[in-house]
Ligand binder design. Structure first.
Ligand SMILES: Nc1ncnc2c1ncn2[C@@H]1O[C@H](COP(=O)(O)OP(=O)(O)O)[C@@H](O)[C@H]1O
Ligand SMILES: [Mg+2]
Length: 78
């Protein structure tokens, strides 16, 4: 179940927005967003995308590994 309301995360949104603005003004930024599964990483990025808007967003994701859930598997693989 997904809540339509986005709760909290104001400081994280502000941090993302600052990085976004700095990038727009010519200083590229890299942010590593980490956290346990279900903590809200994807939602935070979706909210940020909507809040700042007006930019092209590229997404990537790992292949579904089915039953195998080895953290960082794509990075650890040969
Ligand atoms: N700040 C929030 N307010 C409301 N719902 C949230 C919030 N963060 C996450 N959720 C909801 O919790 C669920 C899991 O979040 P998700 O972003 O998919 O987690 P993650 O990407 O870290 O695994 C989703 O249904 C999402 O919409
Ligand atoms: Mg996610």
């Amino acid at each position: 179940m997904t809540s339509r309301s986005f709760v909290g995360r104001q400081s994280q949104l502000a941090e993302l927005e600052l990085a976004y603005r700095e990038a727009l003004s010519g200083s590229p930024r890299l942010i590593l967003l980490s956290g346990d599964s279900g903590v809200g990483k994807t939602r935070l990025l979706l909210e940020a995308e909507q809040a700042f808007g007006g930019t092209r967003v590229l997404r990537g994701q790992c292949l579904d590994q089915g039953e195998l859930e080895l953290p960082y598997a794509p990075l650890l693989g040969r």
